[in-house]
Design a protein around this ligand. Structure first.
Ligand code: ZN
Length: 136
């Protein structure tokens, strides 16, 4: 997976003491967020949940990911680290180890269904043939 670019937006009304922690929260290394909300929240006496809530209300995170099979760049907004993990697992194919944009993913899904349909058709054809052979 190749991240084309990413950007953090911090609300103007955000308390200045939170800004560094927000940046830490959204810090990516090798496509992973390495700073956990539990540890970051400790500085302010926040639980991981409270810290996550602050992140959602005070910041926005935008990310652009390059599709592995077409030139399209998928740009999306992520509102938490776990949200990003879900997004990654949805667009990533563990079989091919490729990362698909939503368009390619939809296309792949259609192909998969068509393949299933074909297999089903072949199966039915074989069954019919077997019945016919028996009848003879
Ligand atoms: Zn694509």
């Amino acid at each position: 997976m190749k991240i084309d670019s990413h950007r953090i937006e911090i609300e103007e009304t955000c308390k200045p003491e939170y800004i560094e922690a927000i940046k830490q929260y959204w810090f990516l290394e090798n496509n992973k967020f390495i700073n956990k909300p539990k540890a970051l929240g400790k500085l302010f006496g926040f639980s991981a949940y409270e810290f996550g809530k602050m992140i959602k209300s005070e910041s926005k995170f935008f990310i652009k990911i390059q599709c592995d099979t077409c030139p399209k760049i998928e740009s999306t907004q992520v509102n938490s680290q776990s949200n990003f993990a879900i997004l990654k697992s949805e667009l990533y194919d563990s079989k091919t180890k490729l990362f698909y944009c939503s368009k390619c993913k939809a296309l792949k899904e259609v192909q998969r269904l068509e393949e299933l349909e074909n297999q089903k058709a072949i199966h039915i054809e074989k069954q019919n043939l077997a019945i016919k052979n028996q009848a003879w």
